[in-house]
Design a protein around this ligand. Sequence first.
Ligand SMILES: [Zn+2]
Length: 278
Amino acid sequence: MKQLTPVIAPPQYIEIFEGIRDNKKASAKAPLVAAQAAIRDRFIEYETRFNINTLEAIPASTLGGITAELRSCYGRNKGMNALKHAIKNAQPVGRLIWCPYCGATTPGSYDHYLPAEKFPEFAAHALNLVPSCTRCNSIKDDDWVYGGPRGYYHFYRDAIPAAPFLTVSITSDAAVQAVGATFAVQQAGMSDPEWTLLEAHFRQLKLIELYDSYSNDLINTVLRSARSHITAGGGSAAAFLANEAQENADLYGDFGWRAVLLRAMSAHPDLVDWIAWL
Ligand SMILES: [Zn+2]
């Protein structure tokens, strides 16, 4: 997991929204124009709280009467498509190969960080749209606890701790020639608020279970790559895996699950045996 880069104004986020709104048909546009001042106030509230990190205390929506019109701005339209492109283009190359929330699958959708059902005015706010896989998006859904603490990372806002919060234990069984991995999270020197957020994020998205189940495929794939590397005269498997781990860490953080697993594999005394078992 690694922080994302927010789309940067200018234009202001409210202007992006108004551009989307102005392309709506008249029946949807009219109530949105009528509520323009209130929507602007709510955008300012979001951005102020985002900047000073008090988003968890944002008051409930005051715009429930035009929920459908607000939510219709997040849909297939020219302005929203342009905004989605801008969000993707703001990220370093490769950062969005994996979903920011889980780091395990492809981010084929956008999560509304403040759920659109409860905060429809932010359905088309650039800071509220976070690339996400459909699994994380559907688990998170309209989950929002008023008054917090927040239960998920906001990847434009939150720095991921530099502490070694994710560990892996590798089991190597020569009798059946099998390698397995079991992940865990730990506080690892993080402050209590940092740990509360990380622990909730992992627990709610069931990330440990996800990594445990995905690790078999990754182990198999990288061992096969290591074997090809050796066959081609490329040097030791340990160096190959350590390099793969570092490349992964550069893009997704030192304690992303792939980097943690590859690093542990590269240092394991049975690595050469595993390749022979393939
Ligand atoms: Zn995900």
